[in-house]
Unconditional design. Structure first.
Ligand code: HEM
Ligand code: SF4
Lengths: 67, 404
């Protein structure tokens, strides 16, 4: 299964939740803490952590498409 | 506000947790959550009525929707106390965008996960020093005074660049902010005292800059992003939010673990387990338990109810965290719970706790360190003799005598 990740940076509120859950996939910009997507098609072993990130993101800024 | 007057049937919103189960939400709300998930309650001794939203999913729907305002200066906003005065802009939890966005953005980089991770060694050192000092004495000692309160206070002082010697001053004013017995006048007096104190420190940082938040707030003043007064209020807000919350969480988390000794080995099993244990303790305790307050700017449908423009909403996080539709067997503490992290203890939406990476780092370090160091830690009195903070918006204990 493929998982395609998109982030909506203007919606991000820099909670850091995704970075704590999946540091291989998400990071934060140094100047304001907004989300940076490191990997838009993460490997299967990270899918659970990425799904959990999308669930807990307080700004609903992480969108996933499974194919 | 006629439309917001209470109906005869709605009951008064209560905070008191049961004496027999002081770590659980008031049973009346668990019952309401199952029978009437969105219901009316009254506050201000019956002078205002508001919607109480008790389900996890509905709680997130309210807190994630910009149609629900956090602007406490609106007439009819269901504030904790009736005579509350407008909050300064620096207390941006009480503002909507664009003020909220401007204020929060001046601080977001300070709480980035990588910045907080860099603080972990310092947090570990502080934890060990406090434990050395405490155990250098013969117990019993008051765990709150000797450990739970100084720890986050020292950490936030380090982060902000505030001298810890002044802790009696800022801790006593911070207590006013969470005490529901405080009057609007006392609240204003406390934030003015903190504001002038921090204004002085900000000025001092101009000639003696440091690697701290106060120095960088001074830079935001120079670029015109915020006024000097705002910068001092932002620092005051962080100083208060940075210790009052985590301190109570350390004390209550410790009590909870001592009540569930069979689960302590899980906490000590490794960093991933400790992190999950902290999430479950956060879910279980939800110390910010006064209910987050919001005000509808337009009609919004939540669950089966239409909340009308102008009506107030109360979201009790501790009740939502015990929703059986979101968490299986919700009243059971299970440090290994797979979805513990989905709690709403830090809120949800644009106001979700800015300090959460710091609070998590502190708890992830402190709790394992404490139980590894003091395997025989125990409370020196029966639980019934401990006084819980029943009339504050942040739940906790006043004192906790311990031995080891
Ligand atoms: C266990 C500890 C903590 C808990 C349970 C907690 C809980 C919360 C909650 C529920 C909110 C949302 C308020 C709302 O939506 O109206 C919040 C906001 C906030 N918290 Fe925390 N907090 C904790 C620790 C901290 C720490 C350590 C700091 C900082 C040093 C902090 C700083 C803030 C700030 C600045 C806001 C306002 C965010 C905004 O309005 O955008 N908190 N916190
Ligand atoms: S979880 Fe959401 S709000 Fe938080 S940093 Fe990631 S994208 Fe931003």
């Amino acid at each position: 299964m493929n998982l395609k990740v998109e982030v909506d940076v203007p919606k991000c509120v820099a909670s850091g939740q995704c970075v704590m859950l999946a540091p291989e996939v998400f990071d934060q910009r140094d100047d304001d803490g907004m989300v940076i997507l490191l990997d838009d098609t993460p490997p299967a072993e990270l899918h659970d952590a990425v799904r959990e990130s999308a669930t807990v993101c307080p700004a609903a800024a992480i969108r996933l498409a499974e194919s | 506000m006629d439309h917001a007057m209470t109906s005869a049937t709605s009951s008064e919103f209560v905070l008191t947790r049961p004496a027999t189960a002081p770590l659980d939400p008031p049973p009346v709300y668990s019952r309401l959550r199952d029978e009437e998930p969105i219901t009316r309650v009254s506050i201000w001794e019956g002078r205002l009525s508001a919607w109480l939203v008790t389900h996890w999913e509905d709680a997130r729907a309210v807190l994630g929707n910009p149609a629900f305002s956090s602007d406490t200066s609106r007439s009819g906003f269901p504030t904790f106390i009736e005579d509350s005065r407008p909050a300064p802009r620096g207390f941006f939890a009480n503002y909507d965008p664009p003020v909220h966005t401007t204020m929060r953005r001046t601080l977001t980089r300070e709480f980035m996960v990588k910045k907080i991770d860099a603080l972990r060694p310092a947090i570990t050192d502080i934890t060990r020093e406090l434990l050395d000092e405490m155990t250098g004495e013969k117990g019993p000692v008051d765990f709150v005074e000797r450990f739970a309160l100084p720890l986050p206070s020292l950490v936030i002082c380090e982060l902000l660049g505030v001298p810890y010697e002044d802790h009696d001053f800022f801790q006593s004013h911070s207590k006013v902010f969470v005490d529901l017995q405080s009057t609007g006048e006392q609240f204003t007096a406390s934030w003015e005292a903190l504001n002038s104190y921090l204004l002085q420190l900000l000025t001092a940082k101009r000639s003696k800059p440091g690697d701290d938040v106060l120095t960088r707030l001074g830079e935001h003043v120079d670029t015109g992003a915020v006024s000097e007064r705002d910068a001092a209020d932002l620092a005051a807000f962080l100083l208060f939010a940075g210790h009052e919350t985590t301190a109570n969480m350390i004390a209550l988390g410790t009590i909870t673990l001592l009540q569930h000794p069979d689960q302590i080995p899980y906490l000590l099993a490794g960093p991933a387990e400790a992190a999950n244990a902290v999430e479950e303790l956060l879910r279980y305790l939800a110390i910010v338990h006064g209910g987050l307050r919001r005000y509808a700017l337009e009609d919004v449908r939540i669950g089966d109810v239409t909340i009308r423009a102008g009506e107030g909403v109360i979201v009790p996080l501790h009740v939502a965290n015990r929703d059986p539709e979101a968490f299986a067997d919700p009243d059971r503490l299970d440090l290994g719970r797979a979805n513990a992290r989905q709690h709403v203890t830090f809120g949800y939406g644009i106001h979700q706790c800015l300090g959460q990476p710091l609070a998590r780092a502190e708890l992830q370090i402190v709790l394992p360190e404490l139980f590894r160091r003091l395997p025989d830690l125990r409370i020196d009195v029966p639980l019934e003799d401990i006084t819980f903070k029943q009339s504050t918006t942040v739940y906790g204990v006043h004192e906790l005598p311990v031995t080891w």
